[in-house]
Design a binder for this molecule. Structure first.
Ligand SMILES: *[C@@H]1O[C@H](CO)[C@@H](O)[C@H](O)[C@H]1NC(C)=O
Ligand SMILES: *[C@@H]1O[C@H](CO)[C@@H](O)[C@H](O)[C@H]1NC(C)=O
Ligand SMILES: [Cu+2]
Length: 178
């Protein structure tokens, strides 16, 4: 059966696996615009500045604070984001406050469609870049100079690998007993 050496290895392996799980599932809640909330800001670069220095990851939550009927949150593509076009929104949420859970990698674009895009033109627009995993180094490219092609969606494979990693560790650990 188990000798002290294999027991020690088992404990180390299990702890490593647990650490991996905790790191992957850790999610951050961001209040968009902090105390300003989701509004027409005093400076048109307000949300670009707010994004600076933040590392967004899968599972993180963006909390859009606004009064229902005064603003909305629409997801759009880069072209609509740049032009503040409200003609081709992907999704629109009219009820505030609204928690958006980040569920894909790449760049996510949000605008307010009020005043035929006037709120967006006034700076109520948000673009965030999402890396592949919590622990992995983010691409680090500033959202002020986005490339024409979005980063490859490598997130699903990375996170599924992270999820199966503890299982692999457990299998190796059990092998010491049989
Ligand atoms: C974002 O990630 C980079 C590289 O991993 C790190 O240097 C930086 O401190 C992180 N920023 C924040 C706000 O956590
Ligand atoms: C959004 O998330 C925050 C933090 O978890 C929570 O306090 C708040 O009640 C949530 N709001 C909505 C509308 O779900
Ligand atoms: Cu608005």
């Amino acid at each position: 059966m188990a000798n002290p050496m294999s027991m020690t290895i088992l404990v180390v392996v299990v702890l490593t696996a647990l650490a991996a799980v905790v790191q992957v599932t850790e999610a951050v809640n961001y209040v968009v615009g902090d105390t300003t909330g989701w509004a027409v800001p005093s400076s048109s670069t307000f949300y670009t500045t707010w994004v600076n220095g933040k590392n967004f990851s899968l599972g993180d939550v963006l909390e859009f604070n606004f009064m229902t009927g005064q603003h909305d949150v629409a997801t759009v593509n880069k072209i609509a984001y740049d032009a503040c076009s409200i003609a081709n929104t992907i999704t629109t949420v009219n009820t505030g406050p609204y928690n958006y859970t980040i569920n894909s990698t790449g760049t996510h674009y949000f605008i307010c469609t009020f005043s035929s895009g006037g709120h967006c033109s006034g700076g109520q627009k948000l673009a965030i870049s999402v890396g592949s995993s919590t622990s992995a180094a983010s691409p680090g490219s500033p959202p002020t100079t986005p490339s024409s092609s979005p980063p490859p969606p490598a997130g699903s494979s990375a996170s599924s690998l992270a999820a199966t990693l503890p299982l692999v560790f457990m299998t190796i650990a059990l092998a010491f007993f049989y």
